[in-house]
Design a protein around this ligand. Structure first.
Ligand SMILES: [Zn+2]
Length: 292
């Protein structure tokens, strides 16, 4: 088994801002260093007296197409990209102050947060990071689609994620797949830039559901029926599957520890990713290793 890595926090506090998809208002996010074993938590400073919300599955509440966390009255929406940024960079302990019920969207990728966290620097805290080792094949499937996520043991003792995106032959987004070993280096270079995407025909539905009333096609990728991207261009031909891997990393971070295993996701979304975390946490066959 690989030696445990040490937990990390950030060297100094750092602030980012942006506009919220739902509130359409300016949001300020402050990342602060946190002690070993603190984990990641969100503090709604616009709700005085509210308790910090740990970024753990037990605080996740059901949402379509995103991951929200709630503790009592305090809710934080759209946590997946900031959690991916922290997990991808292996920043394990961080208090995130936020003055709104949602994270800013940035360009639809994790770069807003990654750039801030890189600027904040990383500090080794000399405490072993908890690790979860997938020891048995585990599968979760969607009830109403062909989406699946399969976790299997990984001989290299690292985290590997494959994502297969397949909306069918007639979809504006062609089928493609990406497989990556997740390290801070691959996260920064291969994943962090990948942006959220929607189909043009979904935009009206999403706006009716409260999403992005002022969001433009510059704030994410909007695919037209003919496969072109409105007022924007892809960073990579397989950017969509890379974004789905980014979402997996953010959702799997709700385990609150490193995961070593191989994950093969087909058409999965946040809900199924969270279900995988739920099943892994409950499984008697899996072992959670904690250094003595
Ligand atoms: Zn996403």
């Amino acid at each position: 088994m690989k030696p445990f890595r040490s937990e990390n926090t950030i060297q100094h506090s750092v602030e980012v801002g942006g506009v919220g998809f739902f509130t359409n208002s300016d949001i300020t996010v402050r990342f602060h260093p946190a002690p070993p074993l603190h984990g990641i938590s969100f503090s709604r400073i616009d709700l005085p007296g509210s308790k910090p919300i740990p970024a753990l599955l037990e605080y996740a509440v059901f949402r379509e197409r995103r991951t929200a966390l709630q503790r009592e009255e305090a809710v934080v929406e759209l946590t997946e990209h900031v959690l991916a940024a922290l997990a991808g960079l292996q920043i394990d302990n961080c208090l995130i102050e936020i003055d709104a019920p949602e994270l800013p969207g940035g360009d639809g990728s994790a770069m807003l947060f990654v750039n801030a966290l890189l600027q904040a620097g990383k500090v080794n805290q000399q405490v072993p990071r908890k690790m979860y080792l997938v020891e048995q094949k585990t599968k979760v499937s969607s009830n109403d689609s062909n989406a699946t996520v399969v976790a299997t043991p990984n001989r290299q003792n690292n985290l590997q994620i494959s994502y297969t995106l397949d909306y069918g032959q007639n979809s504006p987004v062609p089928s493609h797949a990406v497989t990556l070993n997740i390290t801070p280096e691959t996260f920064i270079n291969e994943i962090a830039f990948a942006r959220t995407f929607v189909l043009e025909k979904e935009v009206a539905y999403l706006k009716a559901a409260g999403y992005g009333k002022q969001t433009t096609a510059r704030d994410l990728l909007v695919f037209k029926e003919d496969g072109s991207v409105i007022d924007n261009s892809l960073h990579r031909p397989d950017e969509c599957a890379r974004h789905k891997i980014l979402d997996c990393i953010g959702d799997f971070a709700l385990m609150g520890c490193d995961i070593h295993g191989t994950f093969q996701a087909i058409q999965s979304g946040h809900q199924l990713n969270r279900e995988m975390v739920n099943v892994l946490q409950k499984s008697d066959h899996q072992k959670k290793y904690q250094a003595a």
